[in-house]
Design a protein around this ligand. Structure first.
Ligand code: SF4
Length: 143
């Protein structure tokens, strides 16, 4: 991108070689990163930013974040990859909660800002993003 910006053209294209989803590796191969909490001055929590985006959805609209196989999500997305959706989603839509001793995948679809990252990045391609009813979501022109 910067080569193009500076020189007006680029003589080469950098290829990734694989999809974003395929680039994720099992959590066991990596050390856990403890991210510092937002300080409210330079860094902010995700839900504050979602609030600023004026994101709105009708509560009872058709599901626009579809998980094809919930068992696979639990077995692989949580069990092998340590729940990356809870970190890559910029709007805190996904949570793994414990309910009656079971891990439950919670989807707070009303916060979605429609970046489509989950559709692209889910390691099993198990999440399908579809456009929300009536174009609902963030009010970008007001930002
Ligand atoms: S589309 Fe973006 S904001 Fe919406 S759930 Fe997926 S990752 Fe989160």
């Amino acid at each position: 991108m910067w080569v193009k910006q500076i020189f007006g053209t680029s003589p080469f294209t950098l290829k990734h070689g694989k999809t974003d989803a395929a680039s994720l590796e099992p959590a066991a191969r990596h050390r856990r990163i403890d991210y510092p909490r937002p300080d409210g001055v330079l860094t902010f929590d995700r839900l504050s930013s979602v609030f600023l985006s004026n994101t709105t959805h009708e509560e009872d609209q058709p599901v626009h974040l579809q998980v094809k196989d919930m068992d696979l999500q639990k077995r692989s997305e949580l069990g092998i990859y340590a729940g990356p959706s809870t970190r890559y989603c910029p709007a805190d839509v996904y949570e793994w909660l414990e309910k009656d001793g079971e891990d439950v995948f919670a989807i707070n679809a009303q916060n979605c800002v429609h970046c489509k990252t989950c559709d692209i990045k889910d390691p099993n391609q198990n999440i399908n993003w579809v456009p929300p009813q009536g174009g609902e979501g963030p009010v970008y022109p007001n930002m």
